[in-house]
Design a protein around this ligand. Structure first.
Ligand code: TYM
Length: 325
């Protein structure tokens, strides 16, 4: 089974990216052929600083390593280093109706957020993402909930291509974690945790203990003092319970029992301790990888070479079927 996924190098990652995506990747690399990408071309569709991009790419590579991705067990590389991604995106664009791209929730949301920056790249974003996925004949795409619609579009495009030109691509499926597919903001628990919204609602994977403490202590909770999972009536506490459960590997039922008579403050203090402990080792490992730039670049280069072989071969098939060679 082949798995593919990617993250945009837009700056610090948050625990939503980890719990929704990377945590699944670590488990998958043990049982699937995994390709993980640093999708720098996607990072350019919203405002960004060119002079920071290379640093962000390297930091994301160090993060992948710190989180436990093993270059012996999976391939990881930088998207822009393999030209076939943009080439295939062009081909896929020729068989995708405009309306399907305009309907994408993320396109609508991002256009609203950056009305001064509604570029054609933002509209074509899902085509490049479909190319990323299809180029590796991917079967499963481990992502969080917000990317499910894009993966479904990639599936539709694969089906259409195969029907029109002959079988080349696998039809990929999104793989969402059982829990944690949508980690919510600590400040607005009905909205997704995100790097660009209120930073107080977003715990960075590399936040210092003091920041973690402040963010959890000021996290919005709900009326009452009972620790109970009920996303409709108690979205704040339910989100904290989900986060606690995923980091501690204890079920939500078990946690409800454990904190039955504790009240919010005691529960929050225990959450702080858990998060500081869990994220501490990440922080240390990433720092160490950041001092080994040559090593990290070498791993990306090895990944590029392996990915290139697969990408070239799929691209040749697609060209041939479409009458280009
Ligand atoms: P990106 O960089 O926005 O996010 C990376 C991953 O983190 C997940 N995620 C979350 N999961 C749970 N709760 C949250 N609050 C949360 N916020 C983010 C995302 O679902 C994602 O899995 N378009 C993609 C990158 C991409 C890609 C691909 C992914 C490009 N090509 C091919 C898979 C396959 C993106 O912008 O992710």
């Amino acid at each position: 089974m082949r798995a593919f996924s990617g993250i945009r190098p837009t700056g610090e990652l948050h625990i939503g990216n980890y719990l929704g995506a990377i945590k699944q990747w670590i488990e998958l690399q043990e049982r699937a052929e995994c390709v993980f990408c640093i999708v720098d071309l996607h990072a350019m569709t919203t405002p960004y600083k060119p002079e920071r991009l290379q640093k962000n790419i390297l930091e994301l590579a160090a993060t992948y390593l710190a989180a436990g991705l093993n270059p012996e067990k999976c391939i990881f590389f930088v998207q822009s280093q393999i030209k076939e991604h943009t080439e295939l995106a062009w081909l896929l664009g020729t068989i995708t109706p405009l309306g399907e791209l305009q309907r994408m929730t993320q396109f609508k949301e991002k256009s609203k957020k950056h009305p001064e920056y509604v570029n054609a790249g933002l509209l074509n974003y899902p085509l490049l993402m479909a190319a990323d996925i299809l180029l590796y004949k991917t079967e499963v795409v481990p992502v969080g909930m917000d990317q499910k619609q894009h993966v479904e579009l990639a599936r539709e495009i694969a089906r259409r291509f195969n029907k029109k030109f002959g079988q080349v691509f696998q039809e990929p499926k999104a793989l969402l974690p059982k829990n944690g597919e949508k980690i919510m903001s600590l400040q607005k628990p009905k909205k997704k945790m995100s790097k660009t919204d209120d930073p107080r609602g977003c715990i960075g994977l590399f936040d210092e203990p003091e920041e973690i403490k402040k963010k959890i202590m000021t996290a919005v909770t709900d009326r009452g003092e009972i620790i109970k999972y009920d996303p409709q009536k108690k979205p704040g506490i339910s989100n904290l319970l989900t986060i606690y459960s995923l980091f501690s590997r204890k079920s939500i039922k078990e946690l409800e029992r454990k904190f039955k008579n504790s009240g919010y403050e005691k529960f929050k203090k225990s959450s702080i301790e858990l998060l500081i402990g869990s994220l501490g080792s990440f922080r240390r490992k990433r720092k160490e990888f950041l001092t080994r730039e040559v090593y990290v670049k070498e791993i990306l280069e090895q990944g590029r070479k392996k990915a290139q072989i697969i990408a070239e071969s799929t691209m040749a098939e697609a060209y041939k079927k479409m009458g280009l060679s």
